[in-house]
Design a protein around this ligand. Sequence first.
Ligand code: C2E
Ligand code: CA
Ligand code: CA
Ligand code: CA
Length: 279
Amino acid sequence: AYKQGGNRYECYQEIWTTKDDDQIALENDLRRALEQNEFQLYYQPKVNLKTGKIIGAEALIRWIHSKRGFVSPAVFIPLAEEIGLIEPIGEWVLRTACRQTKTWHKLGLEMLQIAVNLSGRQFYLPDIRQRVLEILLAEGLPSCCLELELTESFLVEHEDSSIQKLNQLKGLGLQIAIDDFGTGYSSLSYLQQFPFDVLKLDRCFIQNIDQNPKNKIIVEAVIKMAHQLNLKVVAEGVETTAELNVLQQYQCDIIQGYLFSRPIPAQEFQALVESNKSL
Ligand code: C2E
Ligand code: CA
Ligand code: CA
Ligand code: CA
């Protein structure tokens, strides 16, 4: 983009203009993505470390853009939050995930649980409890099979109301997981204040844990503490057998990561469960 002979200022301007246009184009495409059926849910298996069996999945949204191909949710979810689209998208994710899981139950895969990510804006909708309940009832999914994953980052500013909200949601009989645990600022006081059921240890603690004595110490301590607080622990981003072995040694409950499987389309996930693949 750097033109010979052009001065710096012009060059920057050109770059920014291009970025702006691209951003606007992406926003416009995102506004149409739902009705154009460009979203898909992928499912990443969650595996019980004791039995080695798949116990369920995390639903992860994919946007298959007609020209750009796969656009990362790390890019478009924050954008959707910003431009007020996260509510319909989040609702679509929740409904699709619940419907799919119910379909699997009907096919005899009875025990499967589904974890769905909830964005901050979704969580703070005044009628979020009602919306979740409506979807569970409409899709016929038992609430105990649904887990909502929240990140601590958006719980921070509104402590009282978030505790109330969490309790309202838990009142439906579903599970609440704290996602990306350890990456925020006040993780420990969160465990004390908020009624979580599941703690998801962020990938940054798991990566190369076998070679990193500090991470080992942290993970061992967090798992012990979580168990004493009656929380189940999910390790995210497990990529190697060496990492797995350490987690096994520390009695982590559930693992998720490329070692077992990447996130995959519904049909592939079903085939994987039916094949009885285990760790
Ligand atoms: P997350 O909730 O922390 O999801 C885990 C991310 O780690 C996923 O990225 C997953 O594909 C990736 N991952 C899983 N195992 C491994 C591994 O072994 N190694 C590595 N390197 N990565 C692994 P993904 O699907 O790109 O999603 C990124 C983020 O976008 C998610 O992070 C979540 O914050 C957000 N997101 C995805 N789907 C949704 C959704 O339906 N709703 C909302 N609100 N956010 C979503
Ligand atoms: Ca998650
Ligand atoms: Ca996570
Ligand atoms: Ca994350």
